[in-house]
Structures are given as C-alpha cells and as structure tokens.
Ligand binder design. Sequence first.
Ligand SMILES: [Zn+2]
Length: 426
Amino acid sequence: MLVLIATAGSPHLCNMNPTQPNLPLIEPTAPTTVGGCAERLPASCAAIPALSCTRSWLTLSFTPDLGPVAARLLHEHFGCACAALRAPEPALRAVLPVAVAQALASPDPRLETAIAQALAWSQVPGQHLLTLADPRYPPMIAALPDPPPVLYVRGDPEALNRPAIALVGSRNATRDGLDIARSVASAFARTGIVIASGLAAGIDSAAHRGALAAGGLTIGFIGTGADLIYPRAHHALAESVIAQGALVSEFPLGSPAVAHHFPRRNRLIAAQAAAVIVVQAARHSGSLITARLAADLGREVAAFPGSVHSALSRGCHQLIRDGAALVEDAADIAALLESAFARQGWQTKALPVPLSRAPKANLPALSESASRLIAALGWSPVTHDSLLQVSGLPGPQAASALIELELSGLVERLIDGRFQRLGPAT
Ligand SMILES: [Zn+2]
C-alpha cells in the first residue's frame, strides 16, 4: 500500500527541516524580503522600507469598496500597494471605478487606527501580515481571482508553502466520521503533507487533531479576525495549530464570526489544498461549498460515502454524483494525489505508511448478549426496537449489552437515538 510524500520539483529547492527531520521543506523561490516588495517592482518602490509596503497594503485592504479583485488588479498593474498609493488619481482610474480611485488617492485618515493596530499586532513574535507582494504569500491562494490583499497569520507562514490537502465535513459528525478524519489526517501528516481545515467543531477539529497527533503540520483557516477564536471552546486546539502550523485569516483584527465570512474562508481552504476530501456532510452544508469551489479551481475533490439512512451521507453522495471521487481510505486518496501533485509540479515519492485500511485488532472479549447484539447490528443505523426484534434479546439484557458495546467503542448512539456499529467492515 502506497502513499505519496511531497517534495519540491528540484533537489536544490528541497531540504529537510532540521526540527522535523521527516518533513520535506519546499523553500520559497523568491527573496525573503519580509513584508516588502518583490523584485519585479519599479526601482522607486523597491527603495521604500518594507514596513511602508505593508502599511500601504493595509490601507488598500481597509479602503471601502476596494475588494480583493481590485486589490489583485492594482497588484498586477502597479506591482505593489505602495506604488499604487503614490500613483496620481488618473492612473488609478485605469484600474478602479472613479469613486474607489478617489478614495485611494486620498485615504481617509480614520483608517489610521486600524492600520496602526494591525502593524502593532504583526510586531508580536509569531504573528505575521503577508501581503500580496510578500514572497511568503502562498502561491496557491495568490492564483485566486480574488486573493486577500493581506493575510493575518499566526504560527509559521512557511506551513503555507508546503503541499496541503484539506479535510472538511460536518460539525455534528458521528464518532465513525471523526475516526476517519483523524486517521486520514494522521496518515498524510506523517508523510509531510499539511492538513488544512476550518477549525470548526466535528470533522475539522478531528482533522487538525489527527495531524497534530502525528507530529505533522496543520493550517486552520478561520472566519474571524486572527485575534479571535470561534468557537471559543477551540482555544487550546487553536494554540496547538499555531505551534504546529498556522492559523490564517483574511479578516481585520476583531472581526466577529458572521455568516458571510465562512464561504470566503472556505475559498481559501479550497485554494490552498491540492485536494479537498469531505467526510460526512449534510445536503446543504458549508463543506459542499468548499468542495465545489475546489472543483472550480481544478483541485481534486473526494468524498467518503456513508449509510443511505444517514443525513450525514447526503452531501457526500451528492458530491460523488456530481463527479467527486469516492474514497474509502487513505490509500484511495493517495492515488488521487499522485495526479493532483503532478499538476502542481510537486514530485512525489511512494512510501509505505500505516493506513486506516490496515486490519484492526480483533474484537475485545464480549459477553454473550453483546456478541449476539453486534451480530444483529448491520452497518446501517438501526432503532432500538428493531435491534431488540432482530437480536431476540429481552429489553434489560439488550440495554446492558448496548452499554457494553458503547464502552468498548464498537457501537455509537446517534443524535437521533438510533445505533450505529463502528469500525471497518472487515
Ligand atoms: Zn511596496
């Protein structure tokens, strides 16, 4: 059984991270002028200290009605925000609507507070502002039609320059779904592939935790300002993600969790990942938005199927109907990644790795009632009544057998009260 390990396109671009010897590091190909202009800028701009460039990008990002598409156009036209801010208004009008060009030509002094706050935030160790002109800005996100002009990054920005896959899914996942997300994330994190997700409850958290447990890297894309964590219960998880990867937001500091932020956050997950894998999703869930955006960007999209009786399978089944790959374990995903990584110019190397398809330990010793009950349980969720009927066990005996099975991790009680057998069907 094979999985891929990601390495850079040529040997001189790839070396080993000294702190994590198994992780191949893709070095940035551009000069590392922190926050500053890239070499393609006009000489007049390149002479400007790096902080002035960052300040200019912040001005641009806070200018009303100047969205990410306009920011990209300014980047293409002027090379850096500092050059755009020094351009005469008629030159700006070549790229922007008149009102926006006017606003940018004489920035509102009231923007100064937010700019100063963001600059101060970025002076704290481990907190970074990556502007579109920064060589550390992730190239997969830069290629979007609407890349954020500024990314707020906590942790190591270098995590954004490594091959990544995304694992996303339901906030109300079953234990089986969480196990799948965790084990797949661990299997790939061990090979040096970064696990991207959205730091939400359920599948997202399980994916981050799987990567962390394997000692790998993970990136959490969030829909609030980088100084806020949502949900609050994920504070400790967020700190671990920062220590072993990065937390990334495009929203200004202090931005609350509002509904329209999440589809925008999802596009960053889709852009950053070579493949988006959905584990359990209801029919109208945000994970489907991420998957569709990923498909539009030409990324691989895969989904784990589930029981036809579970609402959490509907979204995944719809994706598969729409052309997503059906995957059952990490090996299936590894096969998909071969072509996805080749398209990105990443060399891949086959490696044996322990995968979720590996046979699990035998069933623990069970009482006679529990053995009878688990034999009666198929792989679809069943109600308590039909379980009694099929197993032929009297109520009290079935109840204690169910508790035994739940404690052994072999059966889960679903949110709707039905019972679901856990583990691989082998
Ligand atoms: Zn500049």
